[in-house]
Design a binder for this molecule. Structure first.
Ligand SMILES: NC(=O)c1ccc[n+]([C@@H]2O[C@H](COP(=O)([O-])OP(=O)(O)OC[C@H]3O[C@@H](n4cnc5c(N)ncnc54)[C@H](OP(=O)(O)O)[C@@H]3O)[C@@H](O)[C@H]2O)c1
Length: 292
């Protein structure tokens, strides 16, 4: 099956390189402008950089629309699809309605979303091996996509249209918001004279240890820290210092804490966190000793 890409950015580039490395013929690529498409085509044997999405559709059996989510419907509508074509987008949040023009022309339509964070770096393609791919498609496309995913070392997970937004929200929580938390945590170091970049460098081994604990022990057992220990005094000190130094962060700290208390109880029923749960929650709600 010949594969073509509309979109040569982070996702399109990684997928095209990974498929080509797995021996799948990637025959054509286009972008909004020519530069990235040319760079990508040059890295893949027998792959042509072509001017338009129509040119990709004319050369490939499976067309991957690896364009920004907001452009998928417009790009799909701009092409005259063959009835024997298959068209797939890479969005985690969108369902297949954005591919309606292709479906109306008789093409098979689907979604194939790499559950990975891709930035356009060369190591992205290798990172896809071991990643989950959220697939939304009917047979026979579903099986074809699962096969391609497995060829690049990925793990297919089948989703319905109804699942998509929640599935993608979970990806945003674990990936994007970890970056937000990292920036927030590292920014606190500025209060004691360490800039955010060095603060992040200092915190990264801790984050890596946390990820390793999650891999090894899962949830809730990966949880450590004052809430897991039922240490209300330390929690109170955090709330007090944040109230003085960064009151804007208190709602975030409190909310994450509220979600952490039940985990700590689950981790050690009858243990310190379980026994202290009411006091911890009262502090987090601003009702305990030292609360605002
Ligand atoms: N990045 C990730 O971590 C990631 C992970 C999973 C899924 N995805 C999904 O992958 C898709 C692409 O995201 P991305 O991060 O790869 O975006 P990106 O890096 O911005 O790349 C977008 C590509 O689409 C091209 N493009 C934009 N508008 C176009 C148009 N109207 N016609 C033809 N080509 C057009 C761009 O052309 P130029 O090269 O000329 O700019 C670029 O090559 C999205 O659906 C996204 O949700 C991304």
């Amino acid at each position: 099956m010949k594969v073509g890409f509309v979109g040569a950015g982070a996702a399109g580039g990684a997928l095209a390189r990974a498929l080509a490395a797995a021996g799948v013929p990637v025959v054509a690529v286009t972008g909004k402008g020519p530069e990235r498409a040319h760079t990508l085509a040059a890295a893949i044997p027998e792959c042509a950089a072509v001017p338009t999405a129509q040119d990709v559709a004319d050369r490939a059996d499976l067309v991957v629309l690896a364009v920004p989510d907001r452009a998928i419907a417009e790009v799909c509508a701009s092409v005259r699809w063959r009835a024997d074509a298959a068209v797939v987008h890479c969005s985690g949040a969108h369902s297949l309605d954005v591919l309606e023009p292709a479906r109306a022309a008789g093409a098979l339509v689907g979604g194939c979303h790499p559950l990975q964070t891709l930035t356009g770096a060369p190591e992205d393609a290798a990172r896809l091996a071991g990643s989950v791919f959220g697939i939304e498609a009917e047979e026979p496309l579903r099986g074809m996509l699962a096969d391609l995913v497995e060829r690049i070392g990925g793990r297919p997970v089948f989703l319905s249209a109804r699942d998509k937004a929640l599935y993608h929200a979970s990806a945003v929580l674990i990936s994007n918001y970890t970056v937000t938390l990292a920036a927030t945590a590292a920014g606190l170091w500025e209060a004691f004279g360490v800039d955010r970049r060095d603060g992040l460098r200092a915190l990264l081994p801790l984050l890596q240890g946390t990820v390793a604990n999650l891999e090894q022990h899962g949830v809730p057992n990966a949880l450590t820290g004052p809430i897991a220990r039922g240490d209300a005094g330390t929690l109170e000190r955090h709330l007090n210092v944040l109230a003085d130094y960064r009151p804007d962060l208190l709602p975030l700290y409190r909310e994450l804490g509220r979600h952490t208390v039940p985990l700590a109880r689950e981790r050690d029923p009858g243990g310190a966190a379980d026994r202290m749960a009411d006091a911890l929650l009262a502090l987090l709600d601003g009702c305990g000793e030292g609360g605002e």
